[in-house]
Write a protein that binds this ligand. Structure first.
Ligand SMILES: [Zn+2]
Ligand SMILES: [Zn+2]
Length: 163
């Protein structure tokens, strides 16, 4: 599918999800979400602000932070803590899910895992400790398949058995 119409569809879906929650995907929030959906990779708040200023001259940091808070609260986007940057959620219909990310150290690509078994295992493990998790974000750093294939970064040599 063509990128523009795919993003338009995602924005419509996001607007409907917000309406179901009693929230409104205002023009500004929609604009910020569009920037995140269109981005090649994770964007920091300041990168978003720079892009936003191309259409909204008067945008200031609180403008972007308020919009990001709204989008984060509805899990339309996630914050990658280690990069202090934002990515779209790959399955925003799954309200309240915890996110797991694979972060490539060579190219910076961030991939959200869609493996609910990880979340379930974590839920069981925290329950065993009678711990009530608020945020169970998992960020795995390493080398993505494309970079590994391109030989961009050699994985550290695994210790040979018996060494
Ligand atoms: Zn997600
Ligand atoms: Zn990579």
């Amino acid at each position: 599918m063509e990128g523009g119409s795919r993003i338009a569809g995602q924005l419509e879906e996001a607007a409907r999800a917000c309406a179901r929650d009693g929230g409104t995907l205002t023009e500004l929030r929609r604009l910020v979400l569009r920037l995140i959906l269109e981005a090649e990779g994770p964007l920091t708040a300041y990168q978003l602000l720079d892009r936003l200023k191309q259409t909204r001259k008067g945008a200031v940091p609180p403008t972007i932070y308020r919009a990001l808070d709204f989008l984060l609260a509805r899990r339309l986007i996630h914050k990658v803590e280690s990069l202090n940057a934002f990515v779209p959620c790959i399955e925003p219909a799954q309200h309240g899910h915890q996110a797991q990310f694979l972060i490539c150290r060579a190219c910076g690509a961030v991939t959200e895992l869609e493996d609910h078994a990880v979340t379930e295992a974590l839920t069981r493990a925290t329950a065993r400790h009678e711990f009530q998790p608020v945020n169970a974000l998992i960020e795995v750093t390493g080398i993505c398949a494309a970079c590994a294939q391109a030989g961009k970064a050699e994985p550290e040599a695994a210790p040979s058995p018996g060494a």
